[in-house]
Design a protein around this ligand. Structure first.
Ligand code: ATP
Ligand code: MG
Length: 570
């Protein structure tokens, strides 16, 4: 791709759609940068979630629009919490979202030699020192928002002594916690992150990339800005909580002989209602068995959303719609669902499935007769064609579609009432069969052969169209229905002595073991998506399905809560 392909966001006839794109357009226009370089810098300490998608879509999106490039860099400075399982899942998820970092895969750990050399540089300049206070004492010396900190007694160590101690820290002479290397900035600085932050600590632990080469590791705040500088990132886009760290990042970049100076721009992180978006907390859900792994279909992880049936297109669409801004806010989960429905409504084939079956016998339909009826695959897409669905004397309808004593607004099946069976016939309920406990076990109905295909030749109207399956032809399948993982729109809204687990929804998973599905679905492969008419969009589960035995996850219901909310707002 040349430097100028798709470079349209800065052309005069287009106003950039957010403040980040405006800054980037200006920097390219003024010639400050010839080529835009962004990066997505996850720490491999968990799986990516929908919040990361916002950052991925932004970083790869602005680069793509401006003929620039995007690096994928693992900020792997904390070997205690990081692993290759996480790096692999992150790569898979970024690719799945539709982005490609080409040969620009980097790791902060690739730069450990360089970072060490710059730490030595800072010592030689008198801008870093080895502190031998305990972690506890360092905390006590730090001061508070209102009080300045106090200098450590070790702050006056000579350059020679610091060089010697730092070298020996590296050589493994000291146990964890014995010393740290700190930047020498200002213990009275109003910004606490500038009060001589630690830049290296001792950790006798193997790293998933560098193995046992190191027993000292750079702190994230030191490694992150310098890694950006090494990679000549032009615009270092990050979330608002790093605004406080910007002076520190600038200090490191100014005081080390770096090849380039990135510009950091902060934007609001994505918060979603009913959703936890912290890897640490998501990991707790996994480790404590509240969910079935990182890719549980109720998780807001990209792998969970994928397994649930979300598409990369819908997630990208959602990220574009919410845009980027400077102010933190909470986005309605319904808005994410809106983007998904919007796509699936256009693209997903319709099928019939009955989740809570009630047997229906069509008493005037010949016992040995069967027929194949034409069913439209997708009314929104003429190219999707049609399929045959078998019809016979015994059917299943949804139990909720029948009421023996219907209230006024119930228009579906009831004794003596006529309704339409989708793509089939009009039927009228003649008898309700019950067991000895008074439970309804079966309905008897008659059908009108003149209404084949669901049209009445005499213009007779019915008020309901129901989905159904032929009892003889349907197959049993497990169907999993989901509700929000948390009961409270704000999962962190808990009594003082509780944590977010208090808000877990005990009914977030409802397994239907014996749903009745139309036969065309029996060979559906993992990842296959369709709409079950009137019930929602479903996707074949990648974990529990077996060949010929698909398990379906409900991806999302049909009800479009977001459209309703917007309508009400008008
Ligand atoms: P978490 O708190 O979930 O662990 P993090 O910020 O610690 O998130 P990183 O792996 O450091 O996770 O994040 C990689 C990138 O993704 C960072 O640039 C970060 O700003 C961005 N990011 C993380 N969470 C969100 C979010 N909710 N919205 C937008 N961007 C996010
Ligand atoms: Mg983090």
């Amino acid at each position: 791709m040349s430097d100028h392909t798709e470079r349209n966001s800065d052309s005069p006839e287009h106003t950039p759609r957010d403040f980040i794109r405006t800054i980037i357009a200006e920097d390219l226009e003024s010639g400050k940068h010839k080529k835009l370089i962004t990066r997505f810098p996850p720490e491999p300490n968990g799986y990516l979630h929908i919040g990361h998608a916002k950052s991925i879509v932004l970083n790869f999106g602005v680069a793509r629009e401006n003929g620039g490039i995007t690096h994928l860099r693992f900020d792997d400075t904390n070997p205690v919490k990081e692993s290759t399982e996480y790096t692999e899942s992150i790569k898979e998820d970024v690719r799945w979202l539709g982005f490609d970092w080409g040969d620009r895969l980097h790791h902060a750990s690739d730069y450990f030699d360089q970072l060490y050399a710059w730490a030595v540089h800072l010592i030689k300049e008198g801008k870093a020192y080895v502190d031998s206070l305990s972690a506890e004492e360092i905390r006590e010396h730090r001061g508070t928002m209102t009080e300045p900190g106090k200098n450590s007694p070790y702050r006056k160590r000579s350059i020679e002594e610091n060089l010697d101690l730092f070298e020996r820290m590296r050589a493994g002479e000291f146990p964890d916690g014995a010393h740290v290397l700190r930047a020498k900035i200002d213990m009275a600085h109003p910004n606490i992150s500038m009060r001589d932050p630690a830049i290296y600590r001792i950790r006798h632990i193997s790293h998933h990339m560098s193995g046992d080469k190191w027993c000292i590791y750079p702190m994230y705040d030191f490694a992150h800005p310098l890694s950006d500088a090494i990679e000549k990132i032009t615009h270092s886009l990050c979330t608002l909580e790093f605004e406080n760290n910007r002076p520190l990042y600038n200090w490191f970049v100014e005081n080390c002989p770096v090849p380039a100076v990135p510009r950091q721009i902060e934007f609001a992180r994505l918060n979603l209602s009913f959703t936890i978006m912290s890897k640490r907390k998501l990991k707790l859900l996994v480790d404590d068995g509240h969910v079935d792994g990182w890719n549980d279909p109720r998780m807001p992880t990209l792998s969970g959303l994928r397994r649930r049936g979300y598409t990369p297109e819908a997630i990208r669409d959602f990220c574009e719609r919410i845009g980027v801004a400077k102010r933190n806010s909470v986005v309605e989960l319904a808005q994410l669902e809106f983007s998904l429905r919007d796509q699936l409504n256009r693209e997903a084939d319709r099928r019939m499935a009955v989740l809570n079956p009630l047997k229906v016998v069509i008493t005037n339909y010949p016992e040995d007769q069967e027929e194949e009826l034409d069913a439209v695959n997708n009314p929104e897409n003429a190219d999707a064609g049609s399929r045959k669905v078998p019809f016979s004397r015994e059917l299943y309808l949804e139990r909720e579609d029948f009421m023996e004593e219907p209230p006024k607004k119930f228009f579906r099946l009831a004794p003596g009432r006529e309704v339409r069976l989708r793509y089939a016939y009009f039927i009228t309920c003649t008898d309700v069969i019950k067991d000895e406990n008074g439970e309804i076990v079966e309905l008897h109905c008659t059908y009108d052969p003149a209404t084949k295909g669901g049209d009445s030749p005499d213009g007779r109207k019915v008020k309901a169209t129901l989905h159904w399956v032929s009892a003889k032809h349907a197959f049993d399948a497990e169907v999993r229905l989901y509700d929000h993982l948390f009961m409270n729109p704000d999962p962190e809204d808990v009594p003082e002595d509780k944590n977010f687990l208090h808000n877990l929804n005990p009914d977030s998973l409802n397994i239907i073991e014996h749903a009745k599905l139309e036969p065309s679905l029996s060979s559906s492969a993992s990842g296959y998506r369709c709409q079950f008419e009137r019930l929602g969009y479903f996707c074949v589960d990648s974990r529990y399905s077996e060949p010929g035995k698909p398990v379906f996850n409900r991806t999302v219901t049909l009800r479009d809560a977001w459209a309703k909310i917007q309508k009400q707002a008008k």
